[in-house]
Design a protein around this ligand. Structure first.
Ligand SMILES: [Zn+2]
Ligand SMILES: [Zn+2]
Length: 399
């Protein structure tokens, strides 16, 4: 690294000075979870906090998204730092005094911590902005869970004016212990596409199959054959998944149903495989349904792209993490996750990296993401905030 990095002790002291407030902020955000794009209260808390730090606040992104802009004392790149803000439709079962006050909503994916970390870093950076070379864009987005909030943030200009040169984001990760940060170049998380298939045959009496066209037998054959796309048509070292998560057909034990409907998801780790699978999927369903005298209606939606980390930016963050916490904190991930993340959309426009922040412990951080008892320890946030501050004060320089 050809730049001075702020000392780890100094950054940790800055965090210590603000940490009680950041923990309280996390509790407040946790207490009032909101879902999808309708994050009015959450968005207001974020805006007020940034305003109080003297950071320029922009809204009008993806309904309730917020962008904060902080210019540093020196020239440098525009760095995007992103936190997602939405919760899940889950009834919380943690039993803590700051548990969700909303009946069917819970921050069970740690987005409360993502916001608190980024707001904490924003406050500290606003106090010491002379150390920033360039401009920091704090990007707070709604609707990460299934609704592609990131796509709408980008459409509404979150990456432009000023144009973001590169971007970072974290996700709390229960599979890594507190104090570790997971790094991986290239594909980190899978693409996520969805489909719904309706097969129509002809109803008939259960005792006279020859007089009807059985949608259940047809769908069973088609579903079994779809799995052969993965096992027989995709390179075995290139991971992909087809899962059918819902199948509906029939009403009675002695009636051949006219219709069967199934839904599912496709996950891949490359854009090429993603498009290949869609073609093979359509070929099998149209081919087999015609052979089985069924009519097929297919809805196939391309959802989140592959989250593809840029190598140099992964290495940059990794070097900073090493300088801050020592090499033990760095976990090089060998395998990607087949889960998905809409941070992928930002990485289609600008380089950058998505990192996994360890929150695993023997308590609330040991549950998996989306679990009704998932509640990481606030201490884990210190690592995320420190890395945000290092990223903001030590820009990546192209060699
Ligand atoms: Zn989630
Ligand atoms: Zn999440």
């Amino acid at each position: 690294m050809n730049q001075t990095i702020l000392s780890s002790d100094l950054i940790q002291q800055w965090i210590e000075d603000e940490f009680d407030e950041i923990v309280e902020l996390r509790k407040t955000l946790h207490k009032y979870p909101e879902i999808g794009f309708d994050l009015h209260k959450t968005s207001q808390i974020v805006k007020n906090f940034l305003n109080n730090c003297g950071i320029e606040v922009q809204s009008g992104y993806a309904k309730t998204g917020v962008v904060g802009i902080l210019k540093g004392g020196k020239e440098g790149p525009v760095i995007g730092l992103r936190a997602d803000m939405d919760a899940l439709p889950i009834k919380e079962c943690t039993g803590v005094d700051f548990a969700s006050q909303h009946e069917q909503a819970m921050h069970a994916c740690g987005h409360d911590m993502h916001m608190a970390m980024l707001l904490g870093a924003a406050k500290i950076l606003s106090k010491y902005k002379d150390h920033i070379a360039g401009t920091i864009k704090f990007i707070f987005q709604p609707a990460e869970e299934m609704l592609a909030g990131a796509k709408y943030m980008i459409q509404d200009g979150a990456l432009t004016n000023p144009n973001v040169d590169y971007i970072y984001g974290f996700h709390v990760w229960p599979d890594l212990p507190i104090g570790k940060i997971g790094f991986k170049s290239g594909p980190l998380m899978a693409s996520m596409d969805t489909f719904e298939v309706a097969l129509t045959g002809q109803a008939g009496h259960g005792a006279a199959p020859h007089q009807g066209i059985d949608a259940i037998v047809g769908s069973a054959n088609i579903i079994a054959s779809l799995q052969s796309v993965i096992s027989r048509e995709i390179d075995p070292v290139d991971s992909a998944v087809i899962t059918i998560g819902k199948l509906e057909a029939g009403n009675a034990f002695n009636i051949i149903p006219e219709k069967a409907v199934f839904k599912g998801t496709v996950r891949t780790l490359s854009d090429k495989t993603r498009k290949d699978i869609q073609k093979k999927f359509l070929r099998i369903i149209y081919g087999m349904s015609s052979a089985l005298r069924l009519e097929a209606d297919i809805i196939y939606n391309f959802g989140y792209p592959v989250t593809n980390n840029t190598k140099q930016y992964v290495l940059h963050a990794q070097q900073l993490a090493e300088a801050l916490f020592g090499s033990d904190a760095v976990e090089i991930l060998e395998k990607p996750s087949m889960a998905s993340e809409d941070f992928a959309y930002y990485l289609e426009h600008v380089p950058g990296a998505f990192l996994f922040l360890g929150v695993g412990d023997d308590e609330g951080g040991s549950y998996k993401l989306h679990h009704e008892k998932f509640l990481p320890n606030a201490e884990a946030m210190k690592f995320g905030i420190a890395l945000y501050i290092a990223l903001a004060t030590t820009p990546f320089i192209k060699k």
